[in-house]
Structures are given as C-alpha cells and as structure tokens.
Design a protein around this ligand. Structure first.
Ligand code: FRU
Length: 497
C-alpha cells in the first residue's frame, strides 16, 4: 500500500518532530507545545520512569490544570503520551504523586495486576472565585495499564479541606515498619502528615514547620524519603517555597532528620537549599526506585515563568539528578549530580590537562566552536577567583564563576540576551561554597537555554535559564595567572533526534 501525503502533511509532521525552535532544550524534557509547570506523579514501574506534569493544553500561559504524561526507559529520552488526567466537576488537577500499590491495599487491583495510584490536589476555581477557603481537596485515581488510562475514584475527595486555602501537593510513600502509606501535604506555612492503610481513608498524624526554615512565601510540593548515610537512615523532607528563595522567587529547601511514621524531627532548623539558582522549582523524587533517589525539578520560576520568550511551548524540566548525603566540613548535606544515564548521550571527550594562562583562555579555539548541548568538567588545585564566559557573536554572554572573598559561586545573566520580559530576570545570582577543600571541581551541563552548575561534586547546585538571540558558540575562562588542572568537554547528543 502506498500512502500519499500532501506537502502540508509532511511539513506538519516535520514541524511536530523538529524540537528545533529557538531556545528549545536538546537534552531536557519540554512539552511539544503549550504550558508546563511542576513534575507530578513520578513513579518507576516495570522498567519505565513515568513523569506526569502540570499541563495546560490550550495555551502557553498557566490555566486549568491537567496532568500531561511522558515516559522514559533512561530518564534521558522521553516518549510523549496522551494527557492522563483532565479537570472535572471537583476542579483542576493540581500537583501530586503516584505509587505502585503492590499489595493492592486500595483494592483497585484486578486479575493480579498491581494498580498505579495517583494522589493529587483538586483545585475548585469556583470556590476560589467565591472567596471560600476550602477549595483545595485531595483526590485519587488508579490505572491498570501502566499509566495509559486512569479511573478517578468514585468517592473523591479522599481528604476534605479543613479551612486552609493552601492545602495541596500530596506526596505519598509506603512506610514499611507500620505497614501504612504516609502522605506529606503542604498546608500553607507547614507540612501536615497523614497516614492510611488503603489510600482512601486518611488520618492526620502531625504537623511540622511552623516557624522552622524559610517562610518568605507559601510551602508547596513537599517530599519525604529516607537516604542511607554511614550505615544509618536519614530522613529528607523537601519543601518547595514560593516566593522566598535565596535568589528571589521560587526555590527548594530541605531538612534532614528522623521520621518514625508519625512525626518528623529535624536535626537542625537551619534552612538548606537543594538548588540555589533561580530556575529549579517544585522538585521532588521518583517513587519506587528502591534505595536510589532521583530528583527532578521544573526549570523555571514563578517570577517570570508565564512570560519567558518561547513561542510554541513554555518551560522545561531540569536534568534528573541522583541525591546523596555527604559530609562537608562536619555538616551533612544533600549533594546532587546528573544521573549516570546521561553517559549514554555523551560523545568522545576532549580533555586538556595543566592549562596555564595569564588572564584568559579561549577554549573555543581548541574545539573549533562551542557546540551545545554539552557537559564541561573543570578541576583546579587552588581556590581562587575565576569565571567562565559563554557568548555568541552578538556579544551576548552568560558568566559563571567563583568569588573567593565572598566564598560564593555565581551566575550572571545580565547580558545574556533577551532579558526585558521581566525586570528581575537580568541579574547575578549567588550560592555559597560548602567545603574548605583546597581543590575545586565544577561540572556544567549546558543546553541551548539553560545551565546547571554542580560544584564540589554537587554540594552547591545552581540552575539558570537564559535566552540569547542566537545560541552561545564561544567559551572562555578568565582568572589571574590561571591554572586549570583538567578540563573535560563532552558534547551531548540531541535526545529528540
Ligand atoms: C507549584 C504549584 C503547586 C500547585 C501547582 C498548580 O508550582 O503552585 O502548589 O499544585 O503549581 O499548577
């Protein structure tokens, strides 16, 4: 059989597969078109990483929320799937999580198939318009075909609203010791923990966080999970916050402590940030990945997410990152680093050792031109001021560096290209260095419109987006009497080709 496509069909097909528009990320997930915010329902099942996301299919600005759906075998290459959850009479589908109910505690399983259960917030726009305070409730839905189709539970909502306006983003995990599900819910300025035996009936256990940590805005999108450190179990409580981040707007803070199935007890009340850059938000981890904990955030900030200069779609996700606990200068912290699966898309490395220069070193001359996306790893034997400049022929530039006097890493996007869509976009952002180690190492994951900085093996992380009028194709290093011990440059393959 011969199928004849007219030229418009061919063009439409090429266009839809292109992923080649200005500013389109090449190694980060972004929706084919329209609006996206938070990652949702991240669950690993039968060899597949599912990622759902806050999605508005009718516009490139935020609106009535659906759950978009994509899946991946390696968290790097993504396959687009139909929308998983649509708004209904109870409201829009806001953020939430998904679990594999292996013991069929919910009774949703059938013929030996374990149900996937999604737990999400219903946001009733009518109640909100009428000035009520109980318009956010929690609902559940299940899938028996690996997330392809979902059936909403007939008796939703499963948690009614006690009169708290911001009452949302349930993250659910199985607490084996008590044989119970634990829900971590963001409730305005604190976290409320609930427990359940069947995902349908929930009992309140405790609250955490009033007057603890950062409170510059509303607490949103939490996560609770254990990580092993030094043969001990440490509980991590992630709490996203908007606004009030260390560099303004949205950001992700976390607490380390103990959890006994009822209460979370922090080791310290100091605010710790998982990512200091302005553009990682609503980040949480995949469920059902056993001891491995993999984190993914939305690569934007509510300060300007709705007005960034992309036309067909708005916003992308960060690279998935593996979380580990590490000790630096006697303090334990979370370190994050791109998942090892990224190795698959790396091309042959260019390695240069022992580089010395007076003021600047133009790396572009060594590799003909800077080709994005890429990963750059840099190590130095001394701690001193340096900067790395990514630029294009029109003189637009992004500067990433370290300021020894302040003991700060920084990213400066003042001159990075299009910046006038929001007044606070063109600025320099800072992040502390957490080790006094005399050796420095930094890794940069650079895509067409983003950079993720992992310094000191992931102890300091910064994510930042930018919109140059043409992609950066030059890179140079500046430092006084500079010495780079080792420089590694690896091009990354476009995941959409
Ligand atoms: C975080 C958030 C969540 C909410 C969702 C709505 O970015 O505000 O609290 O569920 O986005 O889209």
């Amino acid at each position: 059989m011969v199928i004849i496509l007219n030229s418009t069909d061919v063009k439409a097909q090429l266009d839809s597969n292109a992923y080649d528009e200005p500013h389109r990320p090449k190694v980060h997930f972004s929706p084919k078109e329209k609006w996206m915010n938070d990652p949702n329902g991240m669950v690993y099942y039968n060899g597949t990483y599912h990622l759902f996301y806050q999605y508005y299919p009718d516009s490139t600005v935020w609106g009535p929320m659906h759950w978009g759906h994509t899946m991946s075998k390696d968290m790097i290459h993504w396959e687009h799937l139909p929308i998983a959850l649509y708004p209904d009479s109870l409201g829009y589908i806001f953020s939430g999580s998904a679990v594999v109910d292996s013991n069929n505690t919910s009774g949703f399983g059938k013929d030996g198939i374990s149900p996937l259960v999604a737990i999400f917030t219903y946001h009733d726009p009518k109640g909100e318009r009428e000035g009520k305070s109980d318009f956010q409730t929690q609902g559940i839905a299940f899938s028996l075909d690996e997330g392809k189709s979902w059936i909403k539970y007939a008796n939703n909502p499963v948690i009614k609203n006690p009169g708290i306006k911001d009452f949302r983003d349930p993250k659910v995990m199985w607490f084996e010791k008590n044989k119970k599900w634990i829900m971590t819910l963001a409730t305005r300025d604190r976290i409320t923990f609930y427990s359940s035996e069947n995902l349908k009936e929930w009992a309140k256990e405790s609250e955490f966080g009033e007057n603890v940590g950062a409170h510059g805005g509303v607490w949103e999108c939490p996560d609770l999970f254990p990580l092993e450190y030094d043969s001990k179990t440490i509980w991590v409580l992630i709490v996203n916050l908007n606004p009030g981040g260390p560099n303004k707007g949205s950001a992700t803070q976390y607490f380390l402590g103990d959890f006994d199935g009822k209460k979370f007890l922090p080791f310290s009340t100091e605010t710790k940030w998982l990512d200091y850059g302005p553009d990682e938000y609503a980040g949480v981890t995949w469920s059902n990945t056993d001891k491995r904990k993999i984190f993914l955030g939305w690569m934007s900030n509510w300060l300007y997410a709705n007005v960034v200069p992309t036309e067909k779609w708005r916003n992308a996700m960060t690279i998935p990152r593996e979380l580990k606990i590490k000790k630096a200068d006697n303090e334990i912290r979370i370190a994050s680093f791109p998942v090892k699966e990224i190795e698959e898309i790396k091309s042959k490395p260019v390695v240069i050792k022992n580089i010395s220069f007076q003021k600047a070193f133009d790396f572009s001359t060594k590799v003909d031109w800077l080709s994005l996306p890429c990963m750059i790893d840099l190590s130095m034997n001394v701690v001193k001021d340096f900067s790395i400049t990514l630029s294009n022929k029109s003189g637009e530039a992004l500067v990433i560096g370290f300021d020894k006097t302040q003991n700060n890493y920084f990213i400066d996007r003042t001159m990075s290209g299009k910046t006038d869509f929001q007044e606070e976009f063109a600025t320099r952002h800072f992040a502390p260095r957490f080790t006094t180690n005399s050796k420095m190492s930094i890794s940069l994951l650079i895509d067409i419109s983003s950079v993720e900085l992992f310094a000191d093996n992931g102890l300091t992380v910064m994510t930042e987006v930018f919109f140059p009028n043409s992609p950066y194709n030059q890179i140079s290093f500046q430092s006084d009497k500079g010495k780079i011990k080792k420089l590694k440059y690896e091009r990354l393959n476009d995941i959409w080709r």
